[in-house]
Design a protein around this ligand. Sequence first.
Ligand code: SAM
Length: 296
Amino acid sequence: MHRFGPGAVMNYRHAYHAGNFADVLKHVVLAQVIEHLKRKPAPFRVIDTHAGLGVYDLGGPEAGKTGEWQDGIGRIWQSDPPGRLADILEPYIGVISRLNAQGSLRLYPGSPLIAHALMRSNDVLIANELHPADRATLEETLGGAGNAKVLGLDAWVAVKSLLPPKERRGLILVDPPFEEPDELGRIIAGLANAGRRFATGVYMVWYPIKDLPPIMAFHARLAGLGLEKVVAVDLVVDRPSATDRLNGCGIVIVNPPFGLLPHLMDALPWLTARLARSADAHFRLQSLGAETLPTA
Ligand code: SAM
């Protein structure tokens, strides 16, 4: 077990999981959120609280050991999505294609690389990663880009100290490894606190789905925060059960940019069909806020 900083347990290595179905959902949504933020000329800031390495070698020993990417990006890459869906997926697929310009899929981009590739030169990326070795790799990956800064804070400390951003527009991506007890409770508390500091920010928080009852309880607690605009996008690829297996994942989106949800509703049926591991696969997009949000 490794501890860096007060109390943080850090055994999780994303290299084993990069490009899996959970990354596909998270990164498709991330790319879409950024594309929608770009619809207004005013610059924005992306704060990636758990940034990871930035780029992953799908031919490396960690990815090879689990093979998870093969049931994730491996099923999406070069899969020729129909019509309008190809346009919706293009920002995400485009970043991967440019990273693998030689043609075959070898490298997979992490969230800070996807965000940075899609942002404009006057938008700002803050990529925060607590693990020192991962942070060093991340610095290299971002290559000293003028509008990107790498920090090494505890994620929730980063959220507290970096909000509100000076642009007063932005996305905060929270993607914890779920190694700490009651991570869902920390998310609830963190969102309540962040909402007070930067109420108009867009927040994306990723969570794992193993069994459904804890997720239903989490959704109920989120609804209890009394936020105006909040949705949960859940993608379940296999029958939820009490085992420790990752059967699905979800993303809470607070203040989804206008126009985002209809795009997600277009993409989710196809993504679910591609990523399904069994006939129990399904998706759900539900509002957990006071406002009913348009999905079509
Ligand atoms: N967001 C990345 C992506 O989509 O490519 C993947 C991030 S991975 C799920 C979680 C990362 O959080 C790991 O790289 C881990 O080292 C880092 N981490 C763990 N605890 C942290 C903490 N308390 N604060 C900041 N980073 C942390």
